[in-house]
Ligand binder design. Structure first.
Ligand SMILES: [Zn+2]
Ligand SMILES: [Zn+2]
Length: 172
């Protein structure tokens, strides 16, 4: 599945506000149900790689994957945000005993948040970075496509160790 350009988005203040509102809504539902006061989690976009999001129980923080958010903002906010909030609600209500995707988490997802309790998400993962091998007098170096482009356009790169010029060998 490739991403649909029409649904692409960046983290605008409006998107941040939508995420914040979704979190607040989920927390409110949980507070009403469990009849306790919950601490609203914070969020950032530090998540990388194949994971859509991670909930950090001790710091009450959620890390979201910007690459996946950009593919489909609506879907991400509808599915990934409640998924991670549910982990933090489980922790605040039950402590660290329940399994990550156990019955407590599933019940919160399906009965409170009304979201299908899938353990994972079907977002595309970032394609592996293309790398280019360069050589000096002492070792090989790996260049990103960006750096390789600059080298091709004439930027001279020197090895920090031997001070020799780096010459292109091959694409990795
Ligand atoms: Zn999870
Ligand atoms: Zn060198």
């Amino acid at each position: 599945m490739s991403s649909n350009p029409a649904s692409n988005c960046t983290v605008t203040p409006a998107i941040r506000a939508k995420i914040t509102a979704k979190i607040a809504h989920c927390i409110q539902l949980a507070e009403r149900y469990f009849k306790i006061k919950l601490v609203v989690p914070t969020f950032n976009f530090k998540q990388r790689g194949r994971t859509a999001g991670t909930a950090y129980l001790q710091t009450n923080e959620m890390r979201f994957n910007l690459f996946m958010l950009k593919q489909d903002c609506e879907k991400f906010i509808e599915q990934v945000v409640p998924h991670e909030v549910a982990h933090l609600v489980v922790f605040q209500v039950y402590g660290s005993r329940p399994k990550p995707h156990g019955p407590e988490w599933t019940a919160i997802m399906e009965h409170l948040f009304n979201v299908e309790a899938d353990r994972t998400h079907d977002f595309d993962v970032p394609s592996p970075k293309r790398l280019f091998i360069y050589q000096c007098d002492c070792q090989t170096h790996e260049f990103t496509a960006h750096r390789h482009g600059r080298a091709k356009r004439g930027t001279q790169y020197l090895c920090k160790r031997c001070k020799g010029h780096l010459a292109f060998v091959r694409a990795k």
